[in-house]
Design a binder for this molecule. Structure first.
Ligand SMILES: Cc1cc2nc3c(=O)[nH]c(=O)nc-3n(C[C@H](O)[C@H](O)[C@H](O)COP(=O)(O)O)c2cc1C
Ligand code: SF4
Ligand code: SF4
Length: 425
């Protein structure tokens, strides 16, 4: 794990407490609606990782299975940039086809699930709306019967409203969120929470979160999946269907922004952010941006319960090392970076420029390759005697650091980068 040497980490020496007060969950991980949560059998299998909650997948739609990763799943688990789509291989078939059977699955799961793991249950599907007919009555009936069957929470699925209907979604999305959240909140018993899973793309997610909050939602789950098209140049083929829903690690900073923006603008509801979480650090970032919980989607499907268990354990260990004793201390801790005042940010950037201008070369490491000279647009560096030397023209932009293959260029900027944190503590 990379840590700037200038930050001192205060180990708390006791295992961090992952309990999430706002949603009464044993830890912040929600196994998200997917093949890993389809039917009682898979909900129970997913419970082996002991997450805080599991969302049983909605029924009657039979889509989403298989899995395609680029460059590959192991890259994603190592925290490297990767994207994925589930539009390859046979789509996982529905485990049930009627509400009665779905309720039976919920009942069975609730009876056999450890009592400290919450069971969230997906209500309805976007395709119901597209088909038309009496979908509202159906959804209200689902909300009531699934609550009776033992759901701790009902989840409304507006995160991947279906690539096929994206055109309509952009125009009707907010109205849909408003209408359905109000309708399901009224239909569900008070003790059953209503979770509203939201897209961050193709809409303004702050507006969606505000609408969900004002309509009585109990939590919001900003999540990312894009229309995209990927070609494998070696094979000149495309794995997923062009335009099918892509997720990936690139979602992480985008969803972090949505979370932080929400926290800065009056969203006080519990949040369960999702998208691109394959390792503990991506989960930590969501929570530090202000999310209470974190969804595990593709990781659960393609990494299984062991990979998810590792993420949960790794977060606990890291919090312990980094001096976060509990979730309250971690949640929102990065908002001080997000909210850096403009004058502070400007001063920080100038300080970084000054630090970069003071770079030094480690002559033992410099191999005189000249890559730094190639990327310098200020004539700030030159090669003499097969070593890099700074000239008077260096402005401290920092480009040369990015290309040096041996790490020969040295700069001491860690303390400046960490300042928003350290100046507070
Ligand atoms: C194979 C697969 C199927 C999915 N099916 C559903 C679904 O039926 N309903 C739903 O609300 N979300 C579905 N999702 C989205 C996940 O619940 C979750 O929000 C998302 O996967 C989080 O992003 P990540 O996969 O990058 O972790 C699915 C995800 C995957 C990987
Ligand atoms: S890129 Fe690095 S190794 Fe190559 S000349 Fe510049 S400082 Fe030396
Ligand atoms: S810091 Fe910028 S200006 Fe200075 S030598 Fe490196 S690339 Fe050139």
């Amino acid at each position: 794990m990379h840590r700037p040497s200038s930050i001192s980490w205060k180990a708390v020496n006791t295992m961090a407490d992952l309990y999430v007060k706002s949603l009464d969950m044993i830890n912040p991980f929600v196994v998200a609606s997917s093949p890993a949560t389809q039917g009682a059998r898979n909900v129970l299998k997913s419970s082996k990782m002991r997450p805080g909650a599991i969302t049983m997948r909605n029924f009657g739609h039979g889509s989403g299975g298989g899995g395609f990763f680029y460059p590959d799943a192991s890259a994603a688990y190592k925290g490297q940039q990767a994207f994925h789509s589930h539009a390859v291989g046979r789509q996982v078939p529905d485990s049930v086809s009627t509400l009665e059977q779905y309720c039976e699955e919920v009942k069975k799961a609730r009876e056999e699930l450890d009592s400290d793991i919450k069971l969230w249950v997906s209500v309805g599907h976007y395709s119901d709306i597209v088909k038309g007919g009496d979908w509202e009555k159906d959804w209200i009936r689902q909300a009531k019967e699934l609550s009776l069957a033992g759901a701790d929470a009902l989840e409304l699925h507006f995160n991947t409203p279906g690539v096929a209907v994206a055109k309509d979604r952009i125009f009707n999305y907010y109205e849909l969120v408003r209408h359905c959240t109000t309708m399901i909140r009224q239909a569900a018993p008070k003790h059953v929470k209503v979770m509203v899973k939201l897209a961050v793309e193709g809409c303004d997610v702050l507006t969606s979160m505000r609408i969900a909050q004002s309509c009585g939602a109990d939590a919001v789950g900003p999540t990312a999946r894009w229309k995209a098209f990927y070609m494998d140049l070696d094979w000149r083929r495309t794995q997923p269907r062009p335009g099918s829903g892509y997720g990936g690690t690139q979602a992480n900073p985008i969803v972090c922004y949505a979370v932080a923006e929400g926290r800065n603008n009056g969203i006080t509801l519990p949040m369960y952010a999702g998208g691109g979480v394959f390792s503990f650090d991506q989960a930590a970032r969501f929570i530090m941006a202000g999310s209470d919980c974190v969804q595990l989607g593709a990781l659960a499907c393609s990494g299984g319960t062991m990979a998810c268990k590792k993420v949960i354990n790794d977060l606990e260990k890291w919090m312990d090392q980094a001096g976060y004793p509990d979730m309250d201390s971690l949640r929102g801790d990065a908002l001080q970076l997000f909210n850096m005042p403009a004058d502070f940010a400007k001063a920080r950037q100038n300080a970084l420029g000054d630090a970069y201008q003071q770079w030094q070369v480690d002559t033992d490491k410099c191999i005189g390759c000249g890559r730094c000279v190639d990327v310098c647009w200020q004539e700030g560096i030159e090669i003499a005697d097969r070593k890099a030397h700074k000239t008077d023209h260096c402005i401290g932009c920092g480009y040369c650091f990015q290309v040096c293959p041996t790490g020969a260029l040295k700069v001491d900027a860690g303390a400046i980068l960490a300042e928003p944190f350290t100046s507070r503590t």
